[in-house]
Design a protein around this ligand. Structure first.
Ligand code: AMP
Length: 208
């Protein structure tokens, strides 16, 4: 099973991606996670991430290409946060064609802006990549990661003004992918307002 997960900031892509890859034993490719690692040694990437801007296509495509090579695609995979615009989608098509691999499903987790802002405002993350919400998914001990005990922090691109910019970028750059993937017949809309289990149930019903 090879799938793509689309959705605006705050839709719960990261949470659902983790559920999907665990339950269906496929590989998780998250460009957001890859770029958060890369930002530690790259000031330009760091600045773009902090301001909620997209990282240039050449950089992201190169990172994805290398990651696909390194991890392999045989077991099946989930692309989370990639592609983010039409150019990336076309590059992805070329990459997959060269490997003779096809996408089986494209999921869009749909959610309105106000709900997204509410969710993101409460999001807290750990450097081990665990993610929490102060009310919806709180850690056992306030401010500490359940897995490694480290301090939880707010991502700096989760501040409200940055979330607004990320949403605008999503509307302009990423939403055109909906039409692109609708034409393939692989596109499925998931109601992102349901709780975590409800969203996962909907997604699972499309995964054979
Ligand atoms: P995410 O974790 O998917 O919300 O991504 C966090 C940030 O990483 C985004 O706001 C962008 O700055 C950057 N990013 C992630 N994926 C991409 C992509 N496919 N193209 C460009 N920038 C990306």
């Amino acid at each position: 099973m090879n799938c793509i997960l689309l959705g605006p900031p705050g839709a719960g892509k990261g949470t659902q991606a983790k559920n999907i890859v665990k339950n269906f034993n496929i590989v998780h490719f998250s460009t957001g996670d890859m770029l958060r690692k890369a930002r530690k040694s790259d000031g330009v990437i760091s600045e773009l991430l902090s301001s909620g801007q997209l990282v240039p296509d050449e950089i992201v495509v190169d990172i994805v290409k290398k990651s696909l090579e390194r991890n392999g695609v045989e077991r099946g995979f989930l692309l989370d946060g990639f592609p983010r615009n039409l150019r990336q989608a076309e590059q992805l098509d070329l990459m997959l064609k060269s490997k003779n691999v096809k996408i089986d499903k494209v999921f869009l987790i749909d959610i309105e802006f106000e709900e997204a802002v509410n969710r993101i405002a409460g999001r807290r993350v750990c450097e081990c990549e665990a993610s929490y919400h102060v009310t919806m998914l709180p850690p056992e001990k306030v401010g500490k990661c359940d897995y490694c005990g480290a301090d939880l922090v707010q991502r700096n691109d989760d501040e409200e003004s940055v979330v607004r910019d990320r949403f605008t970028i999503y509307k302009k750059q990423t939403e055109p992918l909906i039409e692109y993937y609708k034409k393939t017949g692989l596109f499925v809309v998931i109601d992102g307002l349901k709780d975590e289990k409800g969203v996962f149930r909907q997604i699972s019903s499309y995964i054979l």
